[in-house]
Write a protein that binds this ligand. Structure first.
Ligand code: ADP
Length: 400
């Protein structure tokens, strides 16, 4: 079975064609600058190519992707019919879905109704779906895999905010959490790696990338997570502020002459380690700047790792212990300094990282626990596309 995984953003569209026999991507790539001048597709199939072509909309982008997949020169399949199903990443399930579902017209309608919960991402995801429906052979099954769904198991006390309850009842203001596919994937991989049943483990997963979130996973279920009503909450990120005293919004609006939405945009795009350091949102640039003595870059790294550490401690407290700490995503998988700093001073609760192992990772899953560490510390490469493909396969097979 071959499954096409689509992750549609507002001006970009990433894809992977996954062969489910091997669970490996046989082609992957992305369209950039959709709807803008200078749009192009980077495709890695039987060979790597960059195709510059106008893409006025997502439909044009998906057409280009499908043409690339069946291309005699750099394609990997001979006809579109070889694609058995499509899995779409959708950011928000609201409270309507607690797992992946077949994309029916009714499901699409519900997703549309949840747009106000993710006004930046949901419309782009939905555009990807309608474009796909137009371009793919009729009857190709499509599945929705939600970023929020894994966190639907959070108990009320973890997702309700300290504001009048009617705002939850009337407007669904609550913690939702994001990066669900990643937290789910790495926690399941951790259980497999440790040879344990996920039901018997308390795991804290740190998905640290451009966007970062930390989750508490007890018995295989998400019981708390740092991202919040939107992906702006939690730890400071590349350009997002993370948690703030909400009164700061009014204060900044007055000082900068911002409207509230301008202020939220400022907190999303101009803040985090980028705004703090004035250097970059990329942790590689921050460590180079720190090495050159840049205080603000060092401060940005300190603020980030300190915040992550506090979440790890808080979630260990929330679960009444921790058996395993997992690092994943761009920073979690590649930045030894960040991993070390987050784990440092958590020795009192059994977390201890082996410096040599931490600095010398090999491919795949790495156990970086020091000999005296009681909590397993693992670095696990995430694979959100595979989660989407696996869910899509399971749902499509259940239809037969
Ligand atoms: P996204 O959230 O866009 O999927 P990723 O998980 O790919 O992001 O993470 C991207 C970030 O990971 C980069 O912005 C950078 O900060 C960090 N990163 C990637 N490679 C390295 C590296 N070798 N060392 C340190 N940080 C890295």
């Amino acid at each position: 079975m071959k499954i096409l995984v689509i992750n549609a953003g507002s001006s970009s569209l990433k894809y992977q064609l996954i062969d489910m026999e091997t669970e490996k991507a046989i082609a992957k790539g992305g369209c950039e600058r959709i709807g803008l001048d200078g749009s192009f597709l980077k495709h890695n199939g039987s060979k790597e190519v960059t195709i510059t072509s106008p893409m006025p909309n997502h439909e044009a982008a998906i057409k280009l992707v499908l043409d690339a997949l069946v291309s005699k020169e750099y394609g990997v399949i001979s006809e579109m019919k070889e694609i058995d199903a499509v899995g779409h990443r959708i950011v928000h399930s609201g409270e309507d879905f607690d797992k992946s579902v077949l994309l029916t017209d009714e499901v699409i309608e519900i997703c549309k109704n949840n747009t106000e919960l993710a006004p930046l991402h949901q419309p782009a995801n939905l555009t990807g779906i309608s474009a796909c429906k137009k371009v793919m052979p009729e009857g190709t099954p499509m599945v929705a895999v939600f970023d929020t769904a894994f966190h639907s198991t959070m108990p009320e006390k973890a997702y309700i905010y300290g504001i009048p309850y009617d705002d939850y009842k009337n407007y669904k203001v609550r913690r939702y959490g994001f990066h669900g596919s990643s937290h789910r994937f790495v926690s399941e991989e951790a259980a497999k790696y440790l040879g344990k049943d996920a039901k018997d483990l308390k795991i804290v997963t740190c998905h640290l990338g451009n966007g970062s979130s930390i989750s508490a996973i007890d018995g295989g279920k998400s019981v708390d997570t740092s991202m919040s009503f939107t992906p702006l909450g939690g730890v400071p990120m590349g350009t997002r502020s993370g948690d703030l005293d909400p009164a700061i919004v009014e204060f900044l609006c007055k000082k900068h002459g911002f409207t509230v939405s301008e202020c939220v945009n400022y907190l999303n795009k101009m803040s985090g380690v980028s705004g703090l350091s004035g250097v970059s949102s990329d942790f590689r640039d921050l460590s180079s700047a720190k090495a050159e003595g840049n205080h603000r870059a060092e401060l940005a790294l300190d603020v980030f790792t300190y915040s992550c550490k506090k979440y790890v401690g808080a979630y260990a407290a929330a679960m009444g212990g921790i058996d395993c700490l997992v690092f994943t995503a761009g920073i979690g998988e590649h930045d030894a300094y960040v991993r070390y700093e987050v784990a440092k001073n958590l020795e009192f609760m059994g977390v201890k990282v082996d410096e040599f192992k931490n600095n010398n990772l090999s491919d795949g899953i790495n156990d970086i626990t020091a000999e005296e560490g009681k909590v397993k510390v693992l670095v696990i490469p995430t694979n959100e596309e595979l989660v989407i493909a696996r869910d899509t396969k399971a749902i499509v097979e259940s239809l037969k």
